[in-house]
Structures are given as C-alpha cells and as structure tokens.
Design a protein around this ligand. Structure first.
Ligand code: DHK
Length: 142
C-alpha cells in the first residue's frame, strides 16, 4: 500500500497564479496539485491535497492527518509567522513534517523571517518556487 502524504496550504494560496506573480509565480494551486500527484505516482506516494484560509480548519486537517498520514508537507503561508495553534497541532502529529515556502522568506520583510512551524519541521524549503513542494516528496520517498 502506498504511503499517504498530506499537503496543506494556508491562506491566500488559493489565488496562486493570480496573486503577486512576480513573487509567487504563474502556476496555479491546481497545477501544483497535479504535479505532486504525478510525482507521487512515480514515487509510490498517495497525495491528499488541501487549502484553507482559516487557521482552525488547518488545525482540524492536521488532527485528521494524525489518523491517516505518514507525513505532512505544509506551506502555512502567513500563518507561518503568527500561528502557535498550527505549531501545537503539528506537535500532535508523530510523523515527519516538511515546511515549504514558494518565496525565499529570508530575502523579504523582517516579519517573514521567523516561522513558528520551522521549530517542528524536519526540513524547510524556501525560495525554490513551487518546485519546493515536489522536492519535499523526494524526501518522503527516501
Ligand atoms: C506564502 C505567503 O502567503 C506568505 O504569507 C509567506 C509564503 C510566504 C510563500 O512564500 O509560499 O510569508
């Protein structure tokens, strides 16, 4: 049976492709999902893909992952910089977590330099565009 990987996307990522393309690129979130599913097939990983603009809903999805997922890829978006609730939820999950940022948060405003989630993540991929999501799957396959 293939391993199930939850992929979580935080606020405003539903507008990927339309929102500040000079920072986040032209690919849509649906494109990212397709790429991940294709890569997942090649690696023997099943992908469950989510996006929410609501902190509590992301917490609920992480709780659901506790029962189901072998690992989590998360781009918490703006909640990276604010959410102890998402960090606490991830701390209830026993498997590996990879944090992804499309942009290089360290090259941007100072308030983006700190992520609560990073203290829980096995690894953080930032600044490689949407390729970061695909590379996270290579980690899980390994
Ligand atoms: C996405 C966001 O929406 C921002 O709030 C983060 C992250 C960066 C990204 O690069 O994917 O600061």
């Amino acid at each position: 049976m293939s391993k199930l990987i939850y992929v979580l996307n935080g606020p405003n990522l539903n507008l990927l492709g339309k929102r500040q393309p000079e920072i986040y690129g032209h690919e849509t979130l649906a494109d990212v999902q397709k790429r991940m599913e294709k890569k997942g097939d090649a690696l023997g990983l099943e992908i469950a893909f989510f996006q929410s603009n609501h902190e509590g809903e992301l917490v609920d999805i992480i709780h659901q992952a506790r029962e189901q997922a072998a690992g989590i890829v998360i781009n918490p978006a703006a909640y990276s910089h604010t959410s102890v609730a998402i960090l606490d939820a991830l701390n209830t999950f026993e498997g590996p977590v990879v944090e992804v940022h499309i942009s290089n948060i360290h090259k941007r405003e100072a308030f983006r330099h700190h992520s609560y989630v990073s203290s829980r993540a096995e690894g953080v991929i930032a600044g490689l565009g949407t390729l970061g999501y695909v590379l996270a799957l290579d980690y899980f396959a390994q």
